[in-house]
Structures are given as C-alpha cells and as structure tokens.
Design a protein around this ligand. Structure first.
Ligand SMILES: *Cc1c(COP(=O)(O)O)cnc(C)c1O
Length: 966
C-alpha cells in the first residue's frame, strides 16, 4: 500500500460521498449489472450526445462541511441585524425554542412531503388543520386553506376568486385601497394585467360604491397603521355588488373585530409574526379564508376531515378536484407547493401561547404603541393616524433626515414613507426601554422619566376605535389550551411527528419531486439571526452578506443551467413558471408582437404548466405525445406552423415528465424559434442534468429551478420552496422587481410576482451550501448517480412489472414509470392498493398516476444507498408476489393484504382477525420489519367521504383524545 499524501488525508471531497448513497465501488457494480463498463459509459449511452455540455461548470472545488460553515459565517457577518420598526407586513417575533428545535430544525418535520398519502401524513395534517382552525377563528370566516406563499400572492388570489364567484357583477374592474401594503398592490397589479382586469388604486371611501367593480381590496389595519371600522365600506361595496377582500394583520385580529364579523368576503394575510422569523422576505405562511359558499373556488390546499376504512376519523387534503393537477388551465390557481412547515410553526405558536397568552402579547404591543404615541405627543410630535394597533406614522418634514440618522446610529430601522414621513411598527420583541430609545430618536433628547411611569395615564385600549374591540371568542378549541407546558407541547409535537413518514425514516421515491438528502450542514445557517432576523426592506448597507450570497448563488445557478441571468423572486416552482411566462409575454410586447399568446404544452405536462399559462394570460394548445411518451414532433410542427403568427412559447419538461431524455429537444427548440416562439423548459427535473447538460445551452430561453427539489431545500411537508428562474440575456430586462426594495439592474416598473424582492431568501443558504459542498465534480457525479439509481431500480423491477417508457437506448433518466394497468386488468389490484401496501413495508408510495394514470413513478435520487434501493425493490417484488397469489386464487380477490392495506397496530392486535391471510403477513411481510416497523395511525382513508361531507375545521376534541385508562 502506498503512503497517502497529506492532501489525500484531508479529503476535501468527503461530503460528496455523504450526499451520494452508493459507494464508488457499488456504483461500478451497479453500472456493470446494467451492462456497462462504467458509470460514465451508462451516462454516455443515456444522455443524448447532442445536448451534453462541452465544458465543465465553472464552480469552485468541493469544500468540507467545516469550510462551508466557516464561509457562510463570514457572509452572515456582513449582514447587520438592526431593530426593525419597518413593519409593512413583516415583524420581529420570538420563535419559541421548543418549536425551533423540534419542528424547524427537526428532519422529522422538515423532510416530509406534501400529504398526498394521508395514511402516513396524519401528524402534519393535524397540525395544518389546526392552522386552518386558527385562521377561521381569527379571520371570522367559514373556510380557510392550509397556507399561501405570501400576503401579496394571497391578495392576488383573493382578487381572482372574487372575479370567479361574483356572478352578479361581471365588471372587469378591481379596486385596491391605496393604503394597502405597497408590495401587495404591486403583486395584485401584475396579476391583474395579464388577466385583463383593470386595477384602480385610490381612496376606498371615494372609490367604493362609485366605481363599478367586481371586487375590492382593503388593508386592516392599513399600511400606515390606521385602524378604522371597515364595515360601512363593506356594506357600501355589497350594495354595489362589489365583493370585498380584506388583508388583515394576524396579531391585530387578536384585539380587533374580525373581518368576517365586519362583512368581508375573503380575508388574507401573513402569519409570519406568529413565531416565524422575517428571513429577509421569507419563507412564512400567508393565509386565505373565505365563505363556505366559495369553497370550490378557493385556491391552494385545504385539509379536511374524513374517515378511514374502519370508520375512524382521519384527515386528508380535501377537494383536490379544484387544483391544477386535475383542472389544468381551468384550475382555481397554479399554486402547488405552499408554506406547510411555516404554517405548522405558526399553529404551534398559537397552541403554545393559547388564546390568553396571544391576547396578552397583542395587548402589550398595543399598549407600548399607545405609550410611544403619548410620549411623542408630549414632545408635540403627533401621528398622522388617529387610531392604531401597533403602527404610528409621522410626517417629520425637514426633521426626517436627522431622525432617521439618529435611528440608524442607535441600530434601529424606521420605515420611510414618501419624502418626509416615517412609520414605526412595534412587535412582540419591543420593550419599554425601546420606547424610550424611540422617543430619544425622535426628540433628540434624553428621556427623563421612564416609559412605564406614564402607563397609568393610558386607558386600556387607547387608540382602538369604539366598538371595534373583540372579546376572546377565539382559539377555544382544546388544542389551543391543552399544551401550554413545555413538556406537553414537546410530547404533542413528538406524537404528531411519529405518525408520519419523512426522509429520516425511509426513502420517499416520489417521481418528479426529487426527495434527496437535505444535509444538516446545509440547514444550519437558516436560523442564524444574521440570515433569519432581517427585514426584507432593510437598508442595503445592512444586507451586504445577503447581497454576496445572492450574487454567488446566481453565479452558481447560471453555471448549472447555462442561462445568463437569474431571478430569485419566485417562491415556488409554480411562481417561477408564472414569472418566466410573464417575461416571455413582456419580451413579445417589447417587439410589438402583442398578438403572441399561444402556449404549446405537451399532453404529459405537469398541471402547474397549463395553470401558469392561463394566469399569464395565454391560451393553451396541447401537443400530443406518441406511443413512446415522446412529444409528437409532427404534431408540434403542425401546431407551431398553424400558430406562426400568434405563437408565444412552448412549455416543456426536460428530461420529460416520463423520465426520458428525448432526442428531439434541440429540434423542438429550433422549430419553436423558427415560428417566433420562446422555449420554456420546466426545470423540475434538473436533477438528471446538472453538470451533464444545460437547458440554457441546448436552446431553451427560460426555466424555473425547483431549489426544493434539485438543490436540497427540504419540502417541509408541502413547502417552503423556491422557484428561481434562469433566462437568456434577451429576457433579462423583463425579470421581476419590487416596489419598495427594487432589484438592481431592472426597470422599476417591471412586474412583481412575490411580496419580497428575493422570495423566501432565508432558505437560499441551503442551496448555496449544497453547491459549495459538492463543487462542480460532485454535482455532475450526483446527476450521474441519480440516473444510475433510477436505471438500477428499473432493471430490478422490469422482470416483475412493465417499465413504461425508456429512451432510444433502453435507459430511463432519473426516474422510471412502473405500469400497473396490465396487472390491474389481470388481478383487480390497483396502483393505489400497491401504494398503500408499501406503507406496511414502511415506505412512502411513489408518485401515483402522474403523468400516466394507473402507474407509479419512482425517483430514487442519488442520495439513496444501494441497501435502501434494494429494500424498496424487494418490497415491490414481494408485493408483486402477493398480486400473483391473488391472480392465482391463493389470496382472496377482495380480502387480501393489498386491498386491506395499510394495516394498523390495532388491526393486527385485535382479538378478532377475520382475514384469510395471517397477521404476520399483514404486518411483517418481510422479516426485516421486525427490527424496525412503522405503524400507520389510520387505515385507508376514504377520499370520497371527505369530499361529500366536507369538514375543514378541527373536530371536537374527544376524537383526538387517546383512550382513557379504565
Ligand atoms: C414540482 C413540479 C412543479 C411545481 O413546483 P412547485 O414548487 O410545487 O410549485 C412544476 N413542474 C414539475 C414537472 C414539477 O415536478
């Protein structure tokens, strides 16, 4: 053995092998098992030569975990955490430590997927249902969803909902109160323009009732802090057949009458200040609540109560038929990934404090605001607003500059309004000493008597209009009242976590979702205050670290994609699609091609594609696929030809949604370009390509990248995510900006797709860290092993199940589709039976019936080890044998372990066992399970029952209680 060099001993590439499952030796053996001499030979035979990148990505070498943490620390240190009084929808908050450590920093919560498989998701479903209950109580509405991406997009969705449901007023006009948050107005305007809705922004007292409009948006309290009784305005609107959406501050609603009580039709807002850090813009969960009558028009995911096979209560996502994956361009919205993890945190925050605790927090904020108002009034400084909850606005005239400078000197950020105004918003973290500091900032003089000394002189709810106070009529459900001790809270969260399958239990082989490792080192920085505690509109001098991180990440992503520019604004894949299509739209407009509005979409596309095209004001024309699942090029040519005058673009997923590298992609780009169209490549499948091929180099003009798939941001049980877009240089001028904190290098009048300039900025260190840890070599290697693992699975399974589509050389890309239709024909066992039976083996099911009905799509990712791949294949092969037994009549066609799956602990320990197969076969179909077994908490959930008997609030507590000891 030769002596290793010091360099060898240092091994800077250590992390690459920690991220990638199979060892180098196993990779070689797996490649050989597939008939190739090496991994590279497999890749050469799988990825078409014509699209292979000629040059390596220009990225730094892989670094150790310690080095990456040290680099991030340096970057973070360039951010300055000032006390933020900026408000405008973002407020400092205390994340209860028990929630930070056990939810936000706990892979049992953050690595879970969207709860499409309810049996293994009861824990997060319960937490999300609690979120909905909290929103219902505070908004005073009848129906709430389980989160939106941010307040701006929630307001835009409120607008489109009101347009859909307002059958009495078909006007195309939407009124927006000028005193809504500026970023909300901007997002609404962008959304409206593409849909031909005329937005009129102005004084609601003048507009409402006098301007014919289908809907209106109010802010409560308004962006300047004014608290008004909006019920007369709402009545006036209703008399004019105008529906009203209210954007409401969740903390203020603890003291103020709910918008529902005041007559609102839709209520939206952000739950950020319920324990979720500002994060320089996100992620946090926005909320959306409306009337029960509008439930089928409501965007996003709604959790509902149903029953399982045995009639026990169980939870599931309700009414999925409204969503994009079913309704496509007619969907209520394109939103897919939302903000589940953050919604769960906000719900736990409410449970932890309870109604009295929350009320106290809100009262204290309001009291401090009154103190500040009083102390400044004594100094003859009077606010613009006559009533307030937590925000005061002052016109300081010439004094502003000095005041703002004094604030900065004391480490405080005020909101700048117009040329001479300032706003101050207080929050949970504000203290009486802070009030004194603020007074000193305003007066330039030392405070002599402490703020607390004038507390006595303030009546209880100074600043809140008569009649607008509410009683504690909220959060009376025991869930909000039973878990106030940390011990109880800790155990409750653990109980929920244990009900679910996340990546810390088993592989989650969801095709198209890329459930790869979310390494702990990648996650560390997101809770550092230098990243988490910044306000999105903090002055640029204080955000230098973020600017560096953004620049570096943009460079990294440009290298990974071959594009010329990146926009970080879209905070989910769906929003990236929308932003990319808007850029295309603007590009055509800039060239005078106003008529170009046809968007070609292959029939196999993900549902968000047509839904986003509709939102961007485009008309969808479907392109057919051939029998091999490839885009039918003849059909494409014909349709491009037919629409040569009005072709806007094509949206195509690459590698295809069928998991195949189509050879025709370059030709496809050429055909579309010849007819004046642009090429949008849905980058959700980039995990098969990083370092091997780049969409920006093989002909595409724009793509979104799902950082929560390829670039290691965890899925959080249905969000957060990030969907930045890469564009070629000709589209760069049309990228989105922000009205308060403009994106450098862009026209200030550009579109605005999210509330914050860089979306959910505080999770970007995760992707940055991943790329830094892997380096160019590690990233390319990861793509190769993703392809290797998928082909390995395809090969192991193909003797037992047909594999649906392969490329010309017989290989799949990074995922494979297992066809269940022939088996179902022969045995009556469906893809759903298999998915549920996999739960008995401790696995999350693969993607079901997308993109082909009656199939399962498996994506192992590079992170799964050979042992786990084999365990999964063994499970599917054992299941195949069970199906064979049904086919052969050895197992009953109706009473068998597949149709009865999943089996609960209660099933197999019951005194009665009425089945024709054994308990052991039910629970331990492979003996390995005896060492470690996941028990689903419910039997198969009845989807139809849940939709027929729609119930989307927390049921009576009795149904939650564990059986009493007798
Ligand atoms: C995941 C996915 C999307 C949507 O991304 P979200 O972040 O969930 O909005 C779009 N297209 C494809 C092919 C996907 O797999």
């Amino acid at each position: 053995m030769s002596r290793p060099s010091l360099h060898d001993l240092e091994n800077h590439q250590d992390f690459i092998q920690r991220h990638i499952g199979p060892t180098v030796k196993q990779q070689q053996l797996m490649a050989e098992a597939l008939g190739y001499s090496s991994l590279d030979a497999l890749i050469d035979d799988t990825v078409p030569a014509a699209i292979r990148s000629q040059q390596a990505m220009k990225l730094p070498q892989a670094q150790t975990e310690q080095a990456v943490i040290a680099r991030l620390r340096k970057i973070a240190d360039q951010n300055q955490v000032f006390k933020s009084y900026i408000g405008t929808g973002y407020h400092a908050t205390y994340t209860p430590s028990v929630i930070q450590r056990n939810v936000l920093e706990n892979p049992g919560w953050y690595t879970a997927y969207t709860p499409y498989q309810p049996e293994i998701s009861q824990g997060r479903l319960e937490a999300l249902l609690t979120f909905q209950q909290m929103i219902l109580d505070l908004s005073g509405m009848e129906l709430a969803n389980a989160s939106m991406l941010d307040e701006g997009t929630a307001a835009a969705e409120a607008m489109t909902l009101m347009q859909r449901v307002n059958k009495k007023n078909r006007s195309q006009t939407f009124l927006v109160a000028a005193d809504c948050h500026p970023q909300t107005i901007a997002v609404v305007k962008t959304r409206a323009e593409a849909l031909d809705i005329d937005v009129v922004v102005g004084d609601p007292n003048e507009l409402i009732g006098n301007t014919d409009a289908f809907g209106a948006l109010l802010q409560y309290p308004n962006t300047y802090g004014q608290v008004d009784d909006i019920s007369p305005l709402i009545d006036k609107a209703h008399n004019a057949q105008t529906l009203v959406g209210v954007a409401a501050d969740i903390m203020a609603l603890l003291l103020l009458k709910s918008p529902g009580e005041l007559g609102a039709d839709v209520v939206v807002g952000n739950t950020q200040r319920f324990g979720v850090p500002m994060g320089f813009g996100g992620p946090h969960a926005a909320y959306f609540a409306t009337r029960d009558a509008y439930k089928r028009s409501t965007p996003g995911r709604i959790i509902g109560v149903s029953i399982d096979r045995r009639g026990n209560q169980s939870l599931r996502m309700a009414m999925q038929t409204r969503e994009q994956h079913i309704r496509r361009e007619k969907a209520t919205s394109n939103i897919c990934t939302a903000q589940a993890l953050l919604a769960i945190m906000a719900a736990f925050y409410a449970m932890y404090h309870g109604p009295e605790g929350l009320r106290r927090i809100a009262e204290r904020i309001q009291r401090l605001t009154s103190l500040l108002q009083r102390m400044l009034a004594k100094a003859n400084i009077s606010p613009e607003n006559t009533h307030w909850f937590d925000t005061l606005t002052y016109d300081l005239g010439e004094a502003r500059e000095a005041v703002v400078q004094r604030a900065l000197d004391k480490g405080c950020n005020l909101r700048l309004i117009g040329a001479t105004g300032v706003g101050i918003s207080l929050d949970e973290t504000t203290s009486a000493e802070d009030i004194e500091t603020l007074v000193e900032i305003f007066t330039g003089q030392q405070v002599t008597s402490p703020a607390s000394s004038i507390d006595e002189s303030i009546t209880e709810f100074d600043g809140i209009p008569n009649g607008l106070l509410r009683e504690i009529d909220y959060l009376q459900h025991p869930l909000f009242n039973d878990y106030h001790s940390e011990t109880e809270m800790l155990r409750y969260m653990r109980r929920l976590e244990d009900k679910d399958i996340a990546l810390n239990r088993a592989m989650i082989p969801l095709g198209s979702c890329t459930m790869k490792l979310n390494a702990t080192t990648e996650m560390l920085a997101i809770t550092w205050p230098e990243f988490s505690a910044l306000h999105p509109f903090a002055p640029p001098e204080q955000t230098k670290g973020y600017q560096q991180l953004l620049q570096e990440l943009e460079h990294m992503l440009r290298e990974c994609t071959g594009y010329d520019a990146i926009s970080m604004q879209p905070n989910a894949g769906s929003q990236g699609e929308y932003a990319g299509l808007l850029a295309i739209r603007r590009y055509h407009e800039s060239r005078g091609d106003l008529q170009r509005n046809i968007c070609l979409i292959p029939s196999s596309a993900h549902g968000t594609n047509p839904a986003s095209a509709a939102l961007a004001g485009m008309k969808v024309v479907i392109v057919e696929c051939d029998s091999k699942g490839n885009i039918d090029m003849a059909d494409l040519r014909a349709k491009a030809e037919r629409h040569t005058q009005d072709l806007s673009c094509i949206m195509v997923t690459y590698p295809s949604t069928h998991g195949v590298f189509e050879e025709s992609i370059i030709e496809l780009c050429e055909v579309v370009h010849e007819h004046g169209g642009q090429v949008y490549v849905d980058g959700a499948n980039l995990n098969a390509m990083v370092g091997l091929a780049a969409p920006g180099k093989f002909g595409a003009d724009v793509s979104h990248l799902n950082l929560h798939k390829t670039f290691c941001i965890p899925h959080g049980g249905g969000g957060p995510g990030m969907g930045p877009i890469g564009v070629k240089s000709h589209l760069q001028p049309f990228l989105p900006t922000n009205p308060v904190s403009p994106v450098p290098g862009l026209d200030a009048n550009n579109d605005v797709v999210s509330s914050a300039p860089y979306g959910s900025t505080s999770i970007l260190p995760i992707s940055w860290a991943y790329i830094a840890l892997m380096g160019q070599e590690g990233l390319s290697h990861a793509s190769k092993v993703a392809i290797l693992n998928a082909n390995y699975i395809a090969q192991r399974l193909q003797e037992h199940y047909p594999i649906l589509y392969t490329g010309t050389t017989g290989n799949v890309a990074h995922e494979c589709i297992v066809d269940i239709r022939p088996l179902k024909e022969a045995s009556g066992i469906s893809e759903e039976d298999i998915a549920k039976r996999l739960v008995d083996f401790g696995f999350h099911a693969p993607t079901m019936s997308f993109p082909v009905p009656g199939t399962l799509m498996v994506e192992p990712t590079e992170s799964e080890s050979l042992a786990e791949l084999d365990r999964f294949c063994d499970a599917l092969i054992t299941i195949r044998q069970e199906i064979q037994a049904v086919q052969d009549g050895k197992l009953d066609a109706k009473d068998n372990p597949l149709t009865n799956a999943p089996h609960t602990l209660a099933d197999v320990t019951a005194d009665e066992w009425p089945h024709s197969y054994s308990r052991e076969q039910a629970a331990y179909p492979v003996s390995q399970l005896k060492q470690s077994k996941y028990w689903p908490p419910v039997n198969r959930v009845d989807n139809v029952y849940g939709d027929r008997n729609l119930y989307c609030a927390c049921p009576a507590i009795d149904s939650y209680r564990e059986p009493e000891l007798t």
